[in-house]
Design a protein around this ligand. Sequence first.
Ligand code: PXL
Length: 280
Amino acid sequence: MKRIVSVQDISCVGRCSLTVTLPVISAMGVETSVLPTALLSTHTLFSDPSILDLTDQIPAITRHWKRIGVRFDGIYTGYLGSLGQLDLISDFIDEFRGDGFVFIDPVMGDHGRLYAGFTPEYVKRMAAFCGKGDVIVPNVTEACLMLGREYIGHGYSADVVKELLRGLTGLGASKAILTGVSMEPGRLGAAAFDSESGEFFLCTGERVKGSFHGTGDIFSSVCVGALANGCSLGQAVESAVNFTCECIRQTACDNEDRRFGVDFEKALHLLTRKEWNGKQ
Ligand code: PXL
């Protein structure tokens, strides 16, 4: 069985990061190890969460893994809370990437703004960190921040999307996926570019009104699972868009506080099927 490691925080309440990536990638038939970077009572859209930074634990954990010879087929990084963690995880990638792929989701903002606790210095350092990746997956906000562009909002042309994707691969990863792409009213999805083959991909679904927290982590997790299972970039993006849209549809009609995330549990069974998880 393929084994990946998911490097991000545990937000105890409010489905995102590890509480999303573990079930999603596991459902796709990929062993999911974790390297938790912080322990929060909730994610940071709730006010004043308790935060325990786990940076100190990372060297001890990875030293032990080295001693026992653990290998990964993929390294997936998500929310990393500090500049120090970027350095440590950068070293971790050097030591453990082997023949596996490195998938970087530069989680730091949405809707044109940085999440609480992130700074312009972090943006700069994250842009450099993205050079370690084989695949990077920013949303439109994160892409604009890392490329030093003004936030483009919604309703831009395909040329703008292509320009962003080319700029993103210029950070050093050969493949880039841009999420939250909305070029026309009523549609939302993702676009991707493989700088080695020169191919672009676009996949969209029906846009459901509202903002659905945690969907970026669901999207990235499905991509990681699909890539680990041998899917092409285009296939991975298609599965991830379709699954994320299905989770949003399952959630749209309930009246829950959106900060608790989407009801991915109702759609999880789909990922056990070959058509969705890409298992060969
Ligand atoms: O879903 C991204 C995410 C992950 N982890 C934490 C967050 C967020 C977004 O707000 O706050 C702690």
